[in-house]
Design a binder for this molecule. Sequence first.
Ligand SMILES: [Zn+2]
Length: 138
Amino acid sequence: MEYKKNQRRMSKCLECGDKIRYGRKDKKFCCEDCKTKYFNAIAKDGRAYKRRILNMLSKNYDLLDTLIKAGYEEIDLADIIAMGFAPDLVTFSHRTRRHDECRCFDIKYRKSETRLYEISKIQNVSLPLQTAIENENK
Ligand SMILES: [Zn+2]
């Protein structure tokens, strides 16, 4: 009986690892401070992840933009990947039978297994984006 009682008290704080000595059986933190720290850390990880993705998208955009400005409409996928392009990161993609159309913000391109081509700035911003911008400015 005594043994079981101790087992029940073996649960540990998710933040500091200290044993939780009192409170409900399903308590996960030893104190409010640990609870706050724990969830702040999760939120921070989320923000760091988001920032990493945005940085990668931004890098993709800069590479594509540089190509357009230099007059290129296509490039070998391997070459642009070597420059730091992350091919799986897009802000929009549409798959048709023949190719993928991808977008990185206002730059669009088609992607095959080995090449990016028809890289160009979108001249007329599509309606969904226009609506999004209008809503943003409200
Ligand atoms: Zn704790």
